[in-house]
Design a protein around this ligand. Structure first.
Ligand SMILES: [Zn+2]
Length: 171
């Protein structure tokens, strides 16, 4: 059996060292980091866990969380408010084939052009406190929650997984 493709934002084993707080150049704000990110991502993956750096990069640079390429028009997501970056429609069939979590998504999927993402998880002040992380000198405030640049949800389409997988194959 061929091993499943690894999503761009999945945490890699070698990156899973201690979580730290630092200044993120992507969001220009203090944020959580997973050790040192490997670029390009490589090595065994921890499926279901996100690399914080790549997660922010995807949200703020509008990259697909699966393939890491720019999302042109519409993308798909699981919910209206989510910490997950969009994924491109081209990646749905392979994600549907390999990700068991998607098959538990009984409500279907949202296809959107712009959407609202809570980035609470990205900044995660609460997480920093829970894990008792040291806040570097000079950082006096960590946002609890912020919204992505796009605050409106446009052209929302709900689709079931089978339908979406069939529709996007070769599209
Ligand atoms: Zn993609």
């Amino acid at each position: 059996m061929i091993s499943p493709p690894v999503p761009f934002i999945a945490l890699r084993e070698q990156e899973a060292a201690a979580v730290r707080v630092g200044f993120c150049p992507v969001v220009k704000h203090p944020a959580l980091f997973h050790g040192e990110a490997i670029e390009p991502p490589d090595g065994p993956a921890r499926f279901g866990q996100l690399n914080f750096q790549r997660q922010r990069l995807c949200v703020f640079s509008r990259l697909c969380q699966v393939c890491g390429r720019p999302i042109g028009g519409r993308g798909w997501t699981l919910d209206v408010e989510t910490p997950d970056p969009l994924a491109c429609l081209d990646c749905f069939p392979v994600a549907w084939e390999h990700c068991p979590g998607l098959h538990r998504q009984k409500a279907g999927f949202l296809i959107v052009e712009t959407y609202r993402v809570t980035v609470e998880f990205l900044f995660a002040h609460q997480v920093a406190e829970q894990w008792n992380l040291e806040i570097p000198a000079g950082i006096t405030h960590i946002a609890g929650k912020a919204l992505m640049q796009a605050a409106t949800l446009t052209r929302v389409v709900y689709a079931q997984g089978e339908e979406l997988a069939a529709r996007t194959v070769g599209a």
